[in-house]
Design a protein around this ligand. Structure first.
Ligand SMILES: [Zn+2]
Length: 378
């Protein structure tokens, strides 16, 4: 595994998906000036309770988006087979609006980059919330298939993603939604996950995968109410990796913070083919944070929600989804001529000796090259 510092995406990168006025707003807004903005402006960009303004918001967006974008560029140029950006995965953000703690949709921007070199991209979302922002962005195209496994109920955010929500026009049948009820367990979830994704792979033959690994689908999440263990969540990640398709892995939601760290540490191990020791190393910088009782990587979850997903309910979803996939007639392809330039200067992105971080996690060089080209910034 090679560790790299997040490069910074430019405003031009963000505008590949987001509207000019929304990106300009994010660039300018701060806790010091937000009160001087009109209610109409803030409401228009959906800034408020779920998506507050805080110091450093724009830098945060540029950094996590830069990580996903560089991941896409590395896959495009076959510099990596699998790239992880746990800081990315903000799947709710819309073209002109923030939504559900997400301001910039790094996933959409990364997929747009992947489409320069890949005919078909598969997006898989195992966050407990519907991946609505990504689906909406690609709802009309057959070049991206979005598959979201999520809790569904009109009272549960964002309230979209029922099993009849399948995409529109050229994208009809290329949005797959798997709406679940509270309390789903490892066995039901992983079985359904593999059945659906295998069906998708068979009919769609994706050339690249983006996997959003929101950790709020774990048991004991403060907002979620599934009964999924670290092993169940991780099994979906490891199984997807085993398909051998170039993959960008991103984070997402997760509101019991210690478990988010556990989940993604465990899955980083799985993605490099290792099952990490369950005992956290005492030399770990944050060892005491996980104490005093639970110094384990994968234990400590309680499975307390009644499983409302009956066999009949899950069977009905499976039948409906597989029936829709039968309508996908062969893998669509396009002429890949005149590929647009990379948004990052790829010479800089791939000047690896300057950007590697040594195994202890420290930068080898304080003057590290970030791949960020200031000339691209407005
Ligand atoms: Zn979520």
């Amino acid at each position: 595994m090679e560790m790299r510092r997040l490069p910074r995406a430019s405003s031009a990168d963000l505008k590949r998906f987001h509207s000019e006025d929304y990106v300009s707003f994010l660039e300018k807004v701060s806790p010091g000036n937000v009160d001087s903005m009109t209610m109409d402006t803030l409401a228009g960009f959906s800034i408020g309770e779920d998506c507050p303004v805080w110091d450093g918001i724009y830098d945060f967006c540029c950094l996590y988006t830069g990580g996903s974008l560089e991941g896409a560029i590395r896959l495009n140029h076959r510099k990596s087979e699998c790239v992880i950006n746990w800081s990315g995965g903000l799947h709710h953000a819309k073209k002109t609006q923030a939504s559900g703690f997400c301001y910039v949709n790094d996933i959409v921007i990364a997929i747009l980059e992947l489409l320069k070199y890949h005919q078909r991209v598969l997006y898989i979302d195992i966050d407990i919330h519907h991946g609505d922002g990504v689906q909406e962005a690609f709802n009309l195209t057959d070049r991206v298939m979005t598959v979201s496994f999520h809790k569904f109920g009109l009272q549960f955010f964002p309230g979209t993603g029922d099993m009849y929500d399948i995409g529109k026009e050229s994208g009809r049948y290329y949005s797959v939604n798997v709406p679940l009820l509270q309390g789903i367990d490892d066995n039901s979830y992983t079985t359904l996950f593999k059945t659906v994704i295998k069906g998708v792979i068979d009919c769609y033959s994706p050339e690249a995968i983006v996997l959003q690994c929101g950790a709020d689908s774990l048991s004991n999440d403060r907002l979620g109410n599934f009964n999924i263990s670290f092993d169940g969540h991780g099994e979906c990640v490891a199984w997807t990796k085993s398909l051998g398709i170039p993959m960008l892995v991103v984070g997402g939601g997760g509101y019991t913070l210690k478990n988010v760290a556990r989940c993604w540490a465990n899955e980083t191990g799985l993605l490099v083919g290792e099952r990490l020791d369950d005992k956290l190393p005492e030399t770990c910088e944050y060892y005491n944070y996980f104490g005093p009782e639970h110094h384990q990587l994968r234990s400590g979850l309680e499975f307390k929600h009644e499983n409302q997903n009956t066999k009949e309910y899950l069977q009905a979803i499976k039948v409906e989804v597989l029936e829709n996939l039968r309508q996908v007639k062969g893998a669509p392809s396009v002429q890949m001529q005149g590929v647009p330039e990379d948004f990052f200067n790829s010479d800089r992105v791939f000047r690896e000796e300057e950007r590697d971080i040594d195994e202890s996690g420290r930068d080898e060089d304080e003057g590290i090259e970030t791949g960020y080209d200031p000339s691209l910034d407005d």
